[in-house]
Ligand binder design. Structure first.
Ligand SMILES: Nc1ncnc2c1ncn2[C@@H]1O[C@H](COP(=O)(O)OP(=O)(O)OP(=O)(O)O)[C@@H](O)[C@H]1O
Ligand SMILES: [Mg+2]
Length: 314
C-alpha cells in the first residue's frame, strides 16, 4: 500500500480491505475508506455493526486479520507506538480513576505520555471542556456529561492530531449532548481530526462532516449527510399509527418501503398525495380513526432504512 506522506495529502487515515473476525463472527468485513484532515468523521450503525472494532484497530489494538491501515502516514502494525503519541483516545467514562480528582487525573495522564503539564496547560485543557470549576472534584461527583467531558480532556492531553471518540454522547441528555458537540466542533475548528461512532441519527446528521454507514461489519455508504439524504431526493416519509393497515399498505404501488417499528408504520413514497388518499380510504374502510399521520422529508434514518432494509434500532 502506498502510504501518503504527511503534508502532501489531506488523508490522515487510510484503510484498505480491513477485515477482523472473532471466531465465527465477522466483526469487520472488507472495509475501505479514508479520513481527511480536519473533518468530523462518524461511523453510524446499530449494535454489533463493527464500529468499536474498527475504531480499536485504528487505535492500534487489536490487530486486524487482513487489510492495511495507515494513520498519519504510519503503518498501524509496525509503527504503532509512533501513532499512539499522536492520537487521542477517549476512554469510557467508567474508566475514570475514582480516587483522583479531576486535576489529578489530568496530571496523571500527562505523565503517562511522558509530559509534566503545567498548571496553566491543565487549566486551559479543563476550560476547553468546561470543567474549570471542578478541579478538586472526584469523578463520582460529576454528572454523566461532565464525566464524558473529563474523558475527552484526558484524550487531549498529548495534543493529538486525531481524536477517537467511541459513542461520546451515549446516555447523555440532549443539553449535555449539545455541549459536547460544541466542544467537538471547536476541536475540529482548531484543525484536529475527529473520528467518532454513534447510534444517534441526529448526531451523525448535524455533527459529522462525513458519515460512514456500517452494518454487519460492512460499509454500506460513505458521504456527507446532505449527499446521503439527497440519494432519496423525491422520496418522502410518512409515519402513521395505523399498524393494522400494514398488509394493505404494503401492496400499494406508490409505496417503496414499509417498516413496522413498534406501534408505528414508517412508509417511503414518491407520491405523497396518492399514498395519503389511499391510507385515508383504507382507514375508512376498516373503520379506523387515524390518530397520527406525519409527512416529512427524508433524513438519515430513512437513508439507513433504505440501504440496510432495517431501522437502526430494529
Ligand atoms: N473481543 C471480542 N470477542 C468476541 N467477539 C467480539 C469482540 N468484540 C466484538 N465482538 C463481536 O464483533 C461484532 C462487532 O462488535 P463491535 O463491538 O465492533 O460493534 P459496535 O458496532 O461497536 O456495537 P455497539 O454499538 O453495540 O457498541 C459483534 O458481533 C460483537 O459481538
Ligand atoms: Mg461499540
Amino acid at each position: 500500500m502506498t502510504v501518503p506522506k504527511n503534508g502532501t495529502s489531506n488523508v490522515v487515515i487510510q484503510v484498505k480491505n480491513l477485515t477482523k473476525a472473532y471466531g465465527e463472527v465477522t466483526a469487520v468485513n472488507d472495509l475501505s475508506f479514508n479520513v481527511h484532515k480536519g473533518e468530523i468523521f462518524g461511523f453510524l450503525g446499530p449494535n454489533g455493526a463493527g464500529k468499536t472494532t474498527t475504531l480499536s484497530i485504528l487505535e492500534g489494538l487489536p490487530k486486524a486479520d487482513g487489510g492495511q491501515v495507515a494513520v498519519l502516514g504510519l503503518d498501524i502494525n509496525s509503527q504503532t507506538q509512533a501513532i499512539k503519541q499522536r492520537i487521542g483516545v477517549q476512554l469510557q467514562s467508567t474508566s475514570l480513576l475514582p480516587d483522583l480528582t479531576v486535576l489529578e487525573q489530568v496530571q496523571l495522564f500527562g505523565r503517562l505520555y511522558g509530559r509534566q503539564p503545567t498548571k496553566q496547560e491543565m487549566m486551559q485543557l479543563l476550560e476547553r471542556v468546561g470543567l474549570v470549576g471542578k478541579t478538586a472534584v472526584f469523578p463520582e461527583k460529576l454528572s454523566g456529561g461532565q464525566q464524558q467531558r473529563l474523558a475527552l480532556a484526558l484524550a487531549l492531553i498529548n495534543q493529538p492530531e486525531i481524536i477517537f471518540l467511541d459513542e461520546p454522547t451515549t446516555g447523555l441528555d440532549p443539553q449535555s449532548r449539545h455541549v459536547l458537540w460544541d466542544i467537538i466542533r471547536g476541536l475540529r475548528d482548531q484543525g484536529k481530526t475527529i473520528v467518532l461512532t454513534t447510534h444517534y441519527m441526529e448526531e451523525a446528521e448535524t455533527l459529522c462532516d462525513r458519515v460512514g454507514i456500517i452494518d454487519h461489519g460492512t460499509l454500506v455508504a460513505l458521504d456527507t449527510p446532505g449527499a446521503l439524504i439527497n440519494r432519496l431526493a423525491g422520496v418522502s416519509s410518512i409515519t402513521t399509527s395505523a399498524t393494522m393497515l400494514l398488509d394493505s399498505i404494503q401492496a400499494l404501488p406508490s409505496i417503496s418501503r414499509v417498516q413496522r417499528n413498534g406501534t408505528w408504520l414508517h412508509l417511503q413514497t414518491n407520491d405523497v398525495p396518492t399514498t395519503l388518499r389511499t391510507i385515508l380510504d383504507l382507514a375508512e374502510q376498516h373503520e379506523l380513526s387515524l390518530h397520527d399521520l406525519h409527512i416529512k422529508q427524508p433524513n438519515l434514518e430513512d437513508v439507513f432504512l433504505n440501504l440496510t432494509g432495517h431501522a437502526i434500532r430494529a
